[in-house]
Write a protein that binds this ligand. Structure first.
Ligand code: CMC
Length: 429
């Protein structure tokens, strides 16, 4: 039987039920608290608030565990692919061979954008950040599919596949547009990640780029490692928007906006900018770390720290190894990797970082790999968005399938002025 928790408010005890997850996590169910006592709970940043029950991803931040649908991230990284993992996240199990073939076929069938969408790209200024284009175009795509709303459930598999497939096409088109390069259409014979690289880097329609298997593999791994991460800022945003019964594309577009910020997915771009700055400065990282530790500078070691991981981020461990592997496969060296390793080494032995349990997160090493494989800096967060799409879709599906789901509507503690009389303009000083 689940435990109950007793709370005493104004001397009166109230009993609250608990919910225990499959990995033993305990949540105190406070949903009756306001009705019973008039009080609400206050948790800015939601560090102690479980907003939902979810069966998709499990994280134990104390021991550095990340599992998608029960599978350890390191095992998936070694044995799976992004598309197989996307299926796993959305449908709950690894696909059988026929299921995988069918899923891949639907992705391929839906890879083309509606031709009308191409004209939208023309109206963005060349300086537009690709994340702005991505969120706008995903939302715009919803207007081409009215059955996103009218046939929400029966068409879900097609809309999910369309979104996973088209986010990649939109991303590549926005890059080509920003570079003033001709658009390269997707090629049905190519698999997901290879097809994306083809659309990004083929010199002209009709002249294909060389697709090095090690580059395709490295980017596929980056997508896979980003595919879900339970109730992070962007996924919570997707769930929040979905809770109003907004359509899948609108919810995912909101997720892109939330992801863009430098404290979330935008950190991968910010890490590279930081490493570049340290390099340009001729610093080995020591001066920069001193600035970070001096709170008056308001600087952060980007790519370090995490709300949930307080030991290590398993994705960062995999990506660090992958950095060395990719650079050696491509016979490249990168002074920024040396700086990153030095920063990590110093930070992990420095009391400022140790006492706050700050470790490298997924964004610390991913940018060095993306740079090595030729992804431009302002596309880094777009890569995160492509990778995270299956996780957003899985979470959207979970919200829609939950018959008890209510619109997400937090409360607040009001701290503004109490009631006052309106002052006419002439009487205001
Ligand atoms: N550099 C220096 N100090 C830091 C950092 C950092 N990267 N992260 C946290 N701190 C300090 C912070 O100043 C605070 O110190 P004090 O207790 O003295 O006031 C303490 O550590 C706790 O920080 P917090 O901001 O309360 O922690 P949070 O859980 O709210 O924030 C975070 C988590 C990821 C936003 C934060 O660690 C951060 O800003 N990191 C840098 C940005 C980054 O790498 N983001 C990517 C996160 S992982 C992928 C993703 O989610 O997209």
């Amino acid at each position: 039987m689940n435990r109950t928790v007793e709370m005493i408010i104004d001397g009166k005890p109230i009993e609250l039920p608990t919910v225990v997850g499959s990995e033993g996590e305990v949540g105190v169910d406070i949903s009756s608290l306001r009705n019973k006592t008039g009080c609400i709970t206050l948790d800015p940043g939601y560090g102690n608030t479980g907003a939902c029950e979810s069966a998709i991803t499990f994280i134990d931040g104390e021991t550095g565990i990340l599992r998608y649908r029960g599978y350890d991230i390191a095992e998936l990284a070694e044995k799976s692919t992004f598309i197989e993992t996307a299926y796993l996240l959305i449908y709950g199990n690894l696909p059988t061979r026929p299921q995988l073939v069918e899923f891949s076929d639907v992705l391929t069938e839906n890879q083309m954008l509606h031709e009308g969408m191409r004209f939208h790209f023309e109206n963005f200024p060349p300086s537009a950040h690709p994340m702005a284009i991505l969120s706008a175009m995903i939302n715009a795509a919803s207007s081409y599919h009215p059955n996103l709303i009218t046939k929400r459930e029966e068409c879900f598999p097609f809309h999910a596949a369309r979104l996973i497939s088209q986010v990649r096409t939109i991303a590549a088109f926005s890059y080509r547009k920003a570079q003033g390069l001709p658009t390269i259409y997707p090629k049905s014979s190519l698999k997901y990640t290879a097809n994306f690289l083809h659309m990004m880097f083929s010199p002209h329609p009709g002249e294909d780029c060389e697709l090095k298997p090690e580059i395709v593999k490295a980017l596929d791994l980056i997508f896979l490692l980003h595919a879900d991460h339970e109730q992070n800022c962007s996924t919570s945003t997707v769930r929040m928007v979905a809770s109003s019964r907004a359509n899948l594309f609108a919810s995912a577009s909101a997720g892109v906006c939330a992801l863009w910020g430098p404290l979330h997915g935008g950190a991968n771009q910010a890490v590279l900018e930081m490493l570049e700055e340290i390099h340009q400065d001729g610093d080995d990282g020591t001066k920069f770390l001193n600035q970070v530790k001096n709170k008056s500078t308001h600087r952060r070691l980007m790519g370090f720290g995490h709300r949930v991981y307080k030991n290590f981020d398993p994705r960062a461990v995999i990506l660090k190894q992958q950095c060395d592997k990719v650079l050696s496969q491509l016979h490249k060296s990168d002074p920024l990797l040396d700086i990153a390793k030095k920063l990590e080494d110093v930070a992990l032995h420095d009391d400022y970082f140790i006492s706050r349990k700050l470790y490298p997160n997924v964004d610390f090493y991913s940018g060095i790999i993306m740079r090595a494989i030729g992804i431009p800096l302002d596309m880094f967060t777009v890569m995160f968005a492509i990778g995270r799409m299956p996780g957003w879709i899985a979470n959207y599906k979970e919200v829609m399938a939950d018959s008890d789901s209510r619109i997400a509507r937090p409360r607040q503690i009001y701290t503004g002025a109490t009631q006052r009389a309106y002052t006419p303009l002439e009487a205001r000083s």
